[in-house]
Write a protein that binds this ligand. Structure first.
Ligand code: ATR
Length: 262
């Protein structure tokens, strides 16, 4: 029987998840249908429950419902608990399970580029939901040091406070966004600046060797600056594919190869 999946969000038209999951299915021989669901802003819970009552197997969750999905779950993975946000749902033994595959998606995308996270020094720009979703998997991937830079320093400090004991081998620090300096193996842009078209100015006192922009399909002043410095850089399409592969493998028990879909 064809397994039913969906991605829920508002707006949802822009989502590329259906095409990715159908491509994974074609490659692995899984019989599935994956659709987009536009939920009303006040209708996430009802729409999700209806989907699973009607036999839906798994659902991805996107903006603005990831925190509501977290709150709705009966069981959460460790990384979803730390992220306080859920992007992957499924039913098991009558319970709603939630995971967050964004961070592992980012780690897999970085590794697929041949960039080495082990013992690395990472600077993350931003301290919002996008950063919270990825920081624990980056720590688990062996980062030696992660510095969180944010315009509002208190938000970065809160994140460090929440995560400081999660992986003892990783040193966590904060810095104000207008004080950026030092040398890093990676700088990751997890601010929403590229989505709104705002310019993030990277000062000359900041030295970095790889640049990862989490957004994709948009122009990015962050990527422009990395390219001007001739630093290896990429947008977030690989992360999108990586999080989808993680969800697909949870639901279907078979894991497509990331490199086949980049
Ligand atoms: P998301 O879920 O995408 O992370 P968010 O929780 O609203 O969204 O967080 C947005 C992040 O981008 C925050 O770190 C925000 O900085 P503040 O905490 O100081 O608001 C950052 N951000 C957004 N626009 C920015 C800009 N123009 N310059 C610098 N940082 C910006």
């Amino acid at each position: 029987m064809t397994k039913q999946f969906a991605v829920i969000g508002n707006p949802i038209e822009q989502s590329r998840s259906p095409e990715l999951h159908h491509a994974f299915a074609a490659k692995t021989g899984v019989d599935l249908n994956y659709k987009k669901i536009l939920a009303p802003l006040d209708g996430f819970e009802k729409t999700t429950k209806d989907f699973f009552v009607q036999g839906g197997v798994g659902m991805n969750v996107t903006v603005p419902f990831k925190e509501q999905a977290f709150a709705l779950c009966d069981q959460l993975t460790e990384r979803a608990k730390i992220a306080k946000a859920v992007n992957t749902l499924w039913m098991q033994d009558g319970k709603l399970f939630g995971d967050n595959t964004d961070g592992q998606g980012l780690v897999a995308a970085i590794q697929a580029l041949g960039w080495n996270l082990a013992n690395s020094r990472i600077l993350i720009l931003g301290a919002g939901g996008a950063t919270r979703g990825v920081i624990y998997p980056l720590m688990q991937a062996g980062a030696k040091q992660i510095v969180i830079a944010n315009r509002t320093l208190a938000r970065a400090e809160q994140l460090v406070d929440d995560l400081k004991t999660a992986v003892p081998e990783t040193e966590l620090q904060t810095i104000a966004l207008d004080q950026l300096s030092g040398e890093f193996d990676f700088v990751i842009n997890a601010t929403s600046a590229s989505l709104t078209g705002d310019v993030l100015q990277l000062p000359e006192t900041l030295v970095f060797h790889h640049a990862y922009e989490m957004a994709y399909g948009k122009s990015s002043s962050f990527l422009d600056q990395a390219q001007a410095r001739q630093v290896p850089s990429t947008d977030g399409f690989g992360m999108l594919v990586g999080q989808a592969i993680e969800a697909f493998s949870i639901w279907n028990g078979v894991k497509p190869e990331l490199k086949d879909f980049l």
